[in-house]
Ligand binder design. Structure first.
Ligand SMILES: Cc1cc2nc3c(=O)[nH]c(=O)nc-3n(C[C@H](O)[C@H](O)[C@H](O)COP(=O)(O)OP(=O)(O)OC[C@H]3O[C@@H](n4cnc5c(N)ncnc54)[C@H](O)[C@@H]3O)c2cc1C
Length: 318
């Protein structure tokens, strides 16, 4: 584990940010920015408002040799109980907007909230993004892991992704970016900042779109623990076929391993959907991690299948 960042380094960083007129917040409890409602105090959150400011922030981070991480909507993360050995970058300002240029072409900022954004686009009569209106988080985070559900995934819709890599703003088409099921090259490289995407949509029948929005909302409400603090599915489905030719789901393996409802501290494997771990009390990141390890171990013992985590860890989790 790396060391807590010293107060003097944070002070110097704040001075540089103030000089460049870049917003920041000190001593932020990250649990408030996490759908799990787990996470300790981070010394600094830096909130650049446009691409120029992002470039400036990265240059300041480099000069000060400070470790940093980028946070979106915090809905696919288990955040450390002690996130004090890095600073956090969180896009703001222009990244929170989306614009429509010509009929059906949208530019969507990386810090837009996916649910209201894609609901609004759907309700304006454009079809094909209804599934995204049920996924929590921000668009940048959705790009990172090619978020999807109900047979659709974000990369099916993307025309271009705009991102920052090696101090350069790049615009690439999906076929130039490695991606797959809940995976993109961004996940592995960890060297890119997603700034926004462009999508191109067709007009549809508004009644059918409304029906599809309702159907997806109902499917979600009926299959997932409602209003619970979680980060969604903890494990990826292993993409292995059963004897009946259907795909085996991660939740089935966890259930078969006898772990439905298992507890550790304030964390529980959801009795309603056992691929969810829920924070039912004052769960810590360590509590959740204990259950993650338990699932990996027991499922492997029971089925010989090694599940892979879908949620990511943000900071050190013992
Ligand atoms: C109840 C619930 C249901 C869910 N259902 C689904 C589902 O059906 N399908 C699905 O795919 N997911 C689902 N999720 C998971 C989550 O909502 C998605 O993965 C979401 O797209 C994550 O976005 P985020 O902004 O919250 O990312 P975060 O959790 O903030 O971050 C995720 C990763 O992306 C990185 N990141 C974030 N923004 C940027 C950026 N601008 N540039 C570079 N890196 C960035 C972070 O560093 C981190 O590595 C669910 C979550 C919950 C809580």
């Amino acid at each position: 584990m790396s060391q807590t960042i010293s107060e003097s380094r944070i002070r110097n960083l704040k001075e540089s940010l103030e000089l460049s007129k870049i917003s920041f917040r000190s001593e932020v409890r990250l649990s408030v920015l996490s759908s799990f409602k787990i996470g300790g105090i981070c010394p600094l959150i830096v909130e650049p408002e446009n691409t120029e400011q992002v470039l400036e922030v990265i240059s300041i981070f480099k000069k000060s040799e400070l470790p940093w991480k980028i946070l979106g909507g915090g809905s696919n993360l288990l955040i450390s109980d002690h996130p004090d050995n890095f600073v956090t970058l969180r896009l703001s300002g222009t990244f929170k907007k989306f614009d429509s240029f010509e009929e059906g072409r949208f530019r969507i900022g990386a810090a837009t909230n996916t649910t209201p954004t894609f609901r609004q686009i759907s309700q304006a009569g454009f079809r094909g993004v209804e599934f995204l209106s049920t996924i929590p988080g921000w668009t940048g985070g959705a790009v990172i892991q090619n978020a999807g559900c109900y047979g659709g995934e974000l990369f099916d819709l993307i025309q271009t992704v705009e991102f920052l890599r090696n101090d350069e703003v790049l615009i690439k088409k999906p076929n130039e970016i490695e991606h797959g099921y809940r995976f993109t090259e961004f996940l592995n490289r960890k060297d890119s900042i997603i700034l926004g995407i462009e999508i191109l949509l067709e007009k549809g029948n508004l009644e059918e779109i409304e029906e599809s929005l309702k159907d997806k909302r109902e499917r979600r409400n009926s299959s997932q623990p409602e209003n619970k603090k979680s980060a969604g599915s903890v494990f990826k489905n292993p993409k292995i076929l059963k004897e009946d030719g259907k795909e085996i789901k991660a939740w089935e393996l966890i259930d078969r391993a006898g772990l439905r409802g298992a507890f550790k501290g304030g964390a529980q494997i959801s009795p309603e959907h056992c691929n969810f771990i829920v924070n039912v009390g004052a769960a810590t990141a360590s509590d959740v991690n204990y259950l993650v390890e338990l699932v990996l171990d027991k499922v492997f013992q029971q089925s010989g299948i090694l599940l892979k985590r879908e949620i990511e860890y943000f900071g050190d989790i013992p």
